[in-house]
Design a protein around this ligand. Structure first.
Ligand SMILES: Cc1cc2nc3c(=O)[nH]c(=O)nc-3n(C[C@H](O)[C@H](O)[C@H](O)COP(=O)(O)OP(=O)(O)OC[C@H]3O[C@@H](n4cnc5c(N)ncnc54)[C@H](O)[C@@H]3O)c2cc1C
Length: 420
């Protein structure tokens, strides 16, 4: 299917979904303009950035952002809710600036189905919208763990109020109680994130419940990033509190009794935090785009993020299968590569041939120290893949107060670049 065929300037209404008139039986919404229309699904770090930069770089494309939630809660910095250093309102963003300043049509709804042949998406509310190019950024979904009820046993791994629920459970834990958390096998969202969570929980216990224990059940063979920093935290900073158990693969959960069963046995908890294995957002699976070897993630062309399974559909952020980390900073970078490629394609050109992206993660280790990790990825035209630039891999020498302060500057800059 050629680009020009589907850059046929599909029409649409700018006030999508805002008027009562759209509540009737589904019909494809098109309008009397000839401007290209890009629909972005998902308003997280990937989708919000893509929508913003499409309009930042071009006023001759119409952009619709579809997201079910009025507010986005950043998973980045969310572990700090657990030890009281941040509250949810400080991690909350809305789409007002994207709508008002960038002229993006923000539709509060969920995409239920995609018709790639007819270039339409159908929303839970019933409307069907036509696109020239579709960007999917639905983040992650979780795989089934026998017995797991995530309402009782919060993962707190997606944006939203589950982190508050986990914080309340932590605060209500009996003196000398046991907190058990599980880490899935990589790849998962935010490589240092679970170890960061263990540190923040241990920090809370050290200060408020010093005879309590934290058992970390890691399905991986060992700490997968920043080994020295996290190992030092577990064995020195939080000695006597943290018990770290690698190669512990979760097999089942008793959500009522709060018991995690692994290949090594059963672990009873006063608070149980299960981070289940991940896969691409469910929309990717429904659309038949989860076409990597594991059947969990979407294979894309790294020059444009266009799916290898469906023309004119692009997948960015945590759902994609390039091997780049599943993280918000790099999702923001992927979104810019994708937006740039789409604008070039819509103008009859080709995507930029040598894209680079970078990743950065700051990890709070205590209430006033943090560490960081960074990496740069570059397109290799011989392999056709995004590859780590070896000398770019950097990590802090342990945790420090100075890193802790810089963490908020970095996050503010990323939040601003995405939502403001
Ligand atoms: C504790 C923790 C700490 C982290 N720290 C860092 C860090 O230091 N640095 C870093 O770079 N990253 C970090 N991350 C990772 C980062 O939060 C994610 O990688 C990032 O949010 C991925 O962005 P995304 O846009 O792909 O997905 P998301 O942010 O999850 O956004 C997906 C959006 O899509 C919407 N959506 C889903 N399905 C549909 C549908 N059918 N229709 C419409 N909308 C839909 C959802 O409502 C959601 O708003 C951290 C994560 C956690 C959990």
């Amino acid at each position: 299917m050629s680009q020009s065929n589907h850059s046929s300037r599909r029409n649409f209404l700018k006030a999508l979904g805002l008027g009562a008139g759209f509540a009737t039986a589904p019909s494809v919404i098109r309008a009397a303009t000839t401007r290209p229309h890009v629909i972005v699904v998902g308003g997280g770090f990937a989708g919000a950035t893509a929508a913003k930069y499409l309009r930042h770089w071009s006023t001759s494309v119409d952009v619709t952002l579809i997201e079910p939630n009025a507010n986005y809660y950043s998973p980045i910095l969310s572990n700090l809710v657990l030890n009281g250093q941040r509250n949810l309102s400080q991690l909350s963003f809305n789409y007002a600036t994207l709508a008002q300043q960038y002229g993006i049509s923000v539709v509060q709804d969920r995409v239920n189905t995609i018709d790639s042949a007819n270039h339409t998406v159908t929303l839970a509310g019933g409307n069907t919208l036509a696109y020239d190019r579709l960007i999917l950024a639905p983040g992650i979904d979780f795989m089934t763990v026998p017995g797991l009820d995530s309402d009782l046993i919060p993962h707190a791994w997606q944006s939203g109020p589950q982190i508050q629920q986990l914080q309340q459970q932590l605060a209500a834990m009996p003196a000398g109680g046991t907190f058990v958390m599980t880490i899935p096998k990589a790849p998962y969202r935010c490589p240092p994130g679970p170890y960061e969570r263990a540190c923040v929980v241990a920090d809370y216990l050290k200060r408020h419940n010093p005879t309590a224990k934290l058992i970390v059940l890691d399905a991986n063979a060992g700490i997968i990033v920043e080994q020295e920093t996290f190992n030092h935290a577990f064995t020195v900073t939080y000695a006597g509190i943290v018990e770290y158990l690698p190669d512990s693969e979760l097999q089942a959960v008793d959500s009522v009794q709060r018991i995690a069963t692994t290949n090594y046995g059963e672990y009873a908890a006063d608070v149980l935090n299960v981070i289940p294995p991940h896969q691409a957002g469910s929309l990717i699976h429904q659309a038949g785009l989860a076409n990597d070897a594991s059947g969990r993630w979407a294979v894309i062309n790294p020059l444009s993020y266009e799916s290898t399974a469906a023309a004119d559909i692009h997948v960015i952020g945590d759902s994609q299968a390039t091997g780049q980390p599943k993280a918000g900073h790099i999702a923001n970078a992927e979104a810019k590569v994708c937006a740039d490629a789409i604008l070039r394609l819509l103008a009859g050109g080709q995507p930029y041939a040598a894209p680079m992206t970078n990743s950065a993660c700051y990890s709070p280790i205590s209430a006033d120290t943090a560490s960081w990790l960074t990496a740069v990825f570059a397109y290799n035209s011989a392999s056709g893949a995004m590859e780590l630039v070896p000398q770019s891999l950097g990590a802090s020498q342990g945790a420090s107060r100075s890193n802790y302060n810089k963490m908020f500057d970095w996050a503010d800059s990323l939040f601003g670049d995405t939502f403001a």
